[in-house]
Design a protein around this ligand. Sequence first.
Ligand code: FPP
Length: 247
Amino acid sequence: MKSDSQRVPQHVAIIMDGNGRWAQRRNEPRTAGHRAGVKSVRTVVEESVRLGVRVLTLFAFSSENWRRPPSEVRVLMELFINALRAEVGRLNAHGVRLRIIGERSDLPERLQQGIAAAEAATERNTNLLLQIAANYGGRWDIVQAARRLASAVQSGQLLPEAIDEARFAQALSFGDQPDPDLFIRTGGEQRLSNFLLWQSAYTELYFSDLMWPEFDAKAYGEAIADYGRRQRRFGLTGDQLSQRDPA
Ligand code: FPP
C-alpha cells in the first residue's frame, strides 16, 4: 500500500466559501472578497497540477446564488467573463483543460460565449481537468440526468430495465469522470449546500475555517495530507481492505 504522504486524491471538489465575510472583516465591499478569491483559484489550480490531482471541481455559482443582491450577481458575472479571458494563457501553460458544469442557458450571453471560447482553447490539455460549476445545483444535475434518460426511453433508445446506478451516473454532468475523492469547504460552515449530491456518496469531507481568499498552497497541502491519512472503506471492514491491498 502507498504510504500516506503519497496518496493524492484523483478528484478534488471545493466549495469556495467566505469571500464576503473576508471582505467585510476588512471593511471592504463583499465583491472585493470575490476578486481576492480569484488568486486562491489560481493557487489551487497550479498546486493541483504540481501534486498530480487529475480533476478539480470548483463551485463558483450555485442555482440559489441568483437570489443575492443584483449588484453582487452582476460583479460575479463580470468577474467570470474577465477571468475566462485573462486566464486562458495560464491554463494552457499548465496544461489545464477547462469545462463548465451547470445550466448555461440562463447565464449572460457574453459569459456563454466566453465559456465556449475558453473550453475550445484548452480542449487538448491533459494535465488537469478544471471543472467550474456555474449555475449548478446537485438536485438540478440529478433532475437533468433523469430527463435525459426519460427522453432516451421515450425515443426507444433505452429500456427502463437498463437504467442502473452506472447508467444513471453517466447521464450526470460529468459522467465521464470519477466521483470526487476529497471535498473541501472553506469558510467554517459544514454542509454540502446542494453541490455534488449524487457524486459525493463516498467522498471524504474536509472543512477549513479559513475564508476562501486566505486558502493558500499550505492550507491546500494540509487538506491533501489529511486525505492521505484516511482509510476509505466503501462499506467494507478495515480487515477486508487490508486483505485486498496487502503490503
Ligand atoms: C462564496 O463566498 C463564493 C462565491 C459565491 C463566489 C465564488 C467566486 C470566486 C472565488 C471568484 C472567482 C472564481 C472563478 C472561477 C474565476 P460567499 O460570498 O458566500 O462568502 P460569505 O459566506 O462570507 O458571504
